[in-house]
Ligand binder design. Sequence first.
Ligand code: PLP
Length: 246
Amino acid sequence: MEPNTTTIASGLQKVKARISEIADKAGRQPEAITLLAASKTNPVECLREAFVAGQTIFGENYLQEALGKIPALADLPIEWHFIGPIQSNKTKRIAENFAWVHSIDRKKIAGRLSKDRPESLPPLQVCVQVNVSGEDSKSGVAPDEAADLAAYIVELPRLKLRGVMAIPELTQATALQRSQFRMLKETYDRLKQAGYDLDTISMGMSEDLDIAIEEGATMVRIGTAIFGPRRYAIPEELAIRQGKPE
Ligand SMILES: *Cc1c(COP(=O)(O)O)cnc(C)c1O
């Protein structure tokens, strides 16, 4: 499918304007909120268009898909973030190909990513994924287990703990969403109070961007509002939607 240049550039512009407006209203600095383009299912031409329009940080969920795109865009100084569920047999290629991982939810994965991170690269920047909705289907540690995982990660030589990430429940109930974002912010604050040097609260997607920023997001992960509706043609995405982790 051909990318629609005008649409991607204007989608990006609209998202940035929205971030600025919400931040202003919430009494926050717009520059304190980093925009990650969640690019899963979108072909490299679309990512290239977004890059030309000024976007340099991209997040991918599915390793196989990302491993096709990263070399195809190697001529661009893109910062790649892995934001999907992680199987332990995938850690090597994640550690070799990404600058950040948002979705660490167990010690085994953290340990493997550190071991697999090439010495030639800077430490892998990571977030602890927190399950703020309590749904069984969601990845992430319970909020009261985040400190234990954080303590483990900061001892690993090739990881740098940056903060926390969550995907709240998909619901029309904004009060519920707000309470889940607040839970992530509180988890972050507790870790900071415990002495961890953190700067990242990764939360907020196309549908809940406003509340996430009001509740303190420092990095928002936006797909649909930039690229338009997703293409579900790839088998990995179908597998994930049926509950099989990458
Ligand atoms: C797809 C995805 C997003 C972006 O979702 P949109 O609703 O398209 O903005 C953000 N975070 C994660 C983990 C995702 O998988």
